[in-house]
Design a protein around this ligand. Structure first.
Ligand code: NAP
Ligand code: ZN
Length: 368
């Protein structure tokens, strides 16, 4: 692993550790560009990865542009990480140098609250540390994500990459994969059910693959007429282009479960009206602004409107193993880190098939 030794452009205060090359943004409207960031020394329970691939999630873009109003700059996004273990602390038992390993959206939690004790670290009630943009006690800055050459993570938050999975196409499983797998499992999606997936982006395309693999009748809802054939290839039994109002009316009260994976403002009530009595619409998409909900859509039919956040570590490993058993990975477009700003522009236009993944070796193309 190459460690960048310069300190002139580094982010955050000095610490016992090393500087790593990364891509960061410094303001909501700024482009991403090179920055050296601190990475701590490998602690007794830490795993150090040389990052090989990092997926590009729409959450990266929401955060880089401060759409959720909580971004601390400089910001290094990236929480779909696959890498090679280069170093482990003395108490680490599950990883050794040379292993392929992965890191998703979380790097820490309290470990003792009811959610942590149930393996639902993503709902930690005290000290959830996300992979980027969370205060980092060790560095005095915030956590920095996967658009970087390396990362140091507690063993508990490091995942095994099962043999046989393509490393680049596995990276998006660490967020897009688990974020769709977890609610489909929680709401017990399976044979005999009609399940809607809304939005064919990074999350949505994994939602279609998983709902199909779990045996449901899958209906994809898309605003993009050009994605119909892909939707079917990925596992949808039917595809509805939502610009057709008639199609939406015809399907009222026919869905057991709908997973909404949309990143922008849209009419949620149109989907609530598609649910059967006692059906559930679960939001995983996290648009910048609130989504107004009409009371009677929920009241008439005792329908439920729910949310779901990523998935716990145990379930993330289960999802990776499920993918290995079923031969499921993401459909990806590989990019170099230098193309990240154009990738964000395309993400905003719903124009990615269906996840950008950064080949981190491209960092070497930047001047030292
Ligand atoms: P993405 O790849 O950009 O996909 C979003 C899709 O939404 C687009 O491909 C498009 O699909 C549809 N869409 C976009 N604008 C729309 C509009 N104005 N009206 C209707 N549909 C629209 O994004 P992603 O990475 O999958 O992330 C999706 C959302 O999930 C983001 O808000 C992200 O922050 C959030 N997220 C949440 C969690 C969680 O834990 N809950 C985890 C990760 C991400 P079509 O072209 O098919 O219409
Ligand atoms: Zn994500």
């Amino acid at each position: 692993m190459t460690i960048h030794k310069t300190s002139d452009s580094s982010a955050g205060p000095a610490l016992a550790g090393q500087l790593a090359r990364a891509y960061a943004t410094t303001a909501p409207t700024a482009a991403l560009g090179p920055l050296s960031i601190p990475r701590r020394n490998t602690g007794p329970r830490d795993v150090r990865l040389q990052i090989l691939y990092c997926g590009v999630c729409h959450s990266d873009l929401h955060t880089a542009r401060n759409e959720w109003k909580n971004t601390v700059y400089p910001c290094v996004p990236g929480h779909e990480i696959v890498g090679r273990v280069t170093d482990v602390g003395r108490d680490v038992t599950r990883f050794k140098p040379g292993d392929l390993a992965a890191v998703g959206c979380m790097v820490g939690s309290c470990g003792t609250c009811p959610s942590c004790r149930e393996g639902l670290e993503q709902y930690c009630e005290n000290a959830l540390a996300l992979t980027y943009n969370t205060p980092d006690a060790e560095t005095g800055a915030v956590t920095y994500g996967g658009y970087s050459e390396s990362i140091v993570v507690n063993e508990h938050f490091t995942l095994r990459v099962p043999a046989g999975l393509d490393p680049a196409a596995t990276a998006p499983l660490l967020c897009a994969g688990i974020t769709t797998y977890s609610p489909l499992k929680h709401w017990q999606v399976g044979p005999g059910q009609t399940v809607g997936i809304v939005g064919l982006g990074g999350l949505g395309h994994m939602g279609v693959k998983f709902a199909h693999a779990l045996g449901a009748h899958v209906v994809l809802f898309t605003t993009s007429a050009g994605k119909v054939a892909d939707g079917k290839r990925l596992g949808a039994d039917e595809v509805v282009v939502t610009t057709s109002g008639d199609e939406m009316t015809r399907r009222a009260r026919t869905f057991d479960f709908i997973l909404d994976c949309v990143s922008a403002q849209h009419d949620i009530n149109a989907y609530i009206n598609l649910l059967k009595r006692d059906g559930t619409l679960t939001l995983v998409g996290a648009p910048e602004d609130p989504l107004p909900t009409a009371a009677f859509g929920l009241i008439m039919g005792r329908r439920r409107f729910a949310g779901s956040g990523i998935g716990g570590i145990k379930e993330t490993q289960e999802m990776l193993d499920f993918c290995a058993a079923k031969g499921i990975t993401a459909d990806i477009e590989r990019i170099d880190i230098q193309q990240i700003n154009q990738a964000y522009d395309r993400l905003l236009k719903s124009n990615v098939k269906y996840r950008f993944v950064i080949d981190m070796a491209s960092l070497d193309r930047d001047p030292r």
